[in-house]
Design a binder for this molecule. Structure first.
Ligand code: UVW
Length: 331
């Protein structure tokens, strides 16, 4: 008896890259796409558009809180199926009060419980860190994509650099409602003109340092689907054509109620992951995914106020390339 043959993994020819990486982890001579923010906050900047959350803007945004209403824009971690191509979170317990009741005398019989969560940091409502997506072997600010390794994590641009948090003026752009639908069809690519039209219909101006919350209705639709198998893989989202518009308005973050911010499958004629590359790599623009915007949107439609104080604290995972978030919108 012999063991069955296992097919050999496919191999491709490989040549060492034709560039050098300097002692700061930068690819020498690397050029970003246009527009970009490389060097804007210093050659060693690792926080990107989070620099736009200036003390003045944070204080002004805090002043938007009038009624004291609070909305969590997070999905529950566990308990519900979540639309992600990543495995669901694993919630494990080390010991529990039930163990004690059943006779385990550990910890002197004290009735305590401890638990763990094992999850993809990109698997729920989350922030994309700058180590998450690169192109042409480069990341934001010219850092080398080779700095993110399985052994060390992101040796530059780790998500822990965002630990002081996301805090600023949140602006909801309810594109679905503006289009008169519960959910945008999966083939709808949101371009700059749609963002502009939504903002003007809502009577809200997008300003520098804002967190844009773009609602497509996709997440609520997916959560209500009795048979998730019918969902398919397509979802509406931003077109890479919005990147110059986002740069021009100098927004600090864009978050959507979809898994990828950008339209999936990618828009015809646009590069794969073009929005991610233009935002994360070129602009150092924070991206938020799977934000649950429905309750906030209902409230904004009712009172006609589409701005809020938006606060979210990324977990300081050293060298992480993303972080789960529990964003709070305060009105
Ligand atoms: C990828 O899967 C590359 O991106 P995201 O999880 O940000 O949609």
């Amino acid at each position: 008896m012999t063991m069955r043959d296992v097919p050999q993994p496919r191999l491709r020819p490989w040549e060492p890259p034709a560039y050098r990486v300097d002692a700061d982890g930068k690819v020498e001579g690397a050029t970003p796409g246009t527009p970009n923010n490389w060097g804007r906050w210093g050659d060693d900047d690792q926080r990107g558009t989070a620099n736009l959350f200036t003390p003045e803007r944070v204080a002004a945004a805090a002043g938007l809180v009038r009624s004291g209403k609070r909305f969590s824009l997070a999905l529950p971690i566990g308990g519900l199926a979540t639309p992600s191509h990543r495995p669901p979170p694993l919630h494990l317990f080390h010991h529990t009060t039930a163990d004690r009741i059943l006779g385990d005398r550990g910890m002197g019989g004290l009735q305590t419980s401890d638990d763990y969560v094992v999850m993809a940091l990109q698997g729920s409502t989350q922030l994309d860190g700058f180590g998450h997506v690169g192109a042409g072997d480069t990341l934001y600010n010219g850092y080398w994509a080779g700095l993110v390794s399985a052994r060390s994590g992101a040796r530059r641009l780790g998500v822990h650099h965002q630990a002081i948090g996301i805090a600023g003026r949140g602006v909801l752009l309810d594109v679905a409602r503006r289009q008169g639908v519960d959910r945008l069809a999966p083939d709808v690519a949101i371009g700059p003109e749609m963002l502009e039209a939504t903002a003007s219909a809502q009577g809200v101006e997008v300003k520098a340092g804002d967190v844009l919350l773009v609602r497509t209705g996709q997440l609520g639709w997916w959560l209500d689907l009795p048979d998730k198998g019918e969902a398919g893989i397509g979802e509406p989202g931003l077109s890479p054509r919005t990147v110059p518009w986002l740069a021009e308005h100098d927004v600090a973050m864009v978050a959507t109620d979809t898994t990828a911010v950008e339209i999936i499958p990618f828009e015809e004629g646009q590069p794969a992951l073009g929005l991610h590359i233009g935002a994360l790599r070129d602009l150092g623009l924070l991206l938020g995914e799977l934000f649950d915007l429905d309750d906030l949107a209902g409230d904004c439609a009712a009172d006609g106020v589409y701005e809020c104080f938006l606060v979210a604290t990324p977990m300081p995972v050293v060298g992480g390339v993303g972080s789960p978030l529990n964003p709070l919108a305060l009105k």
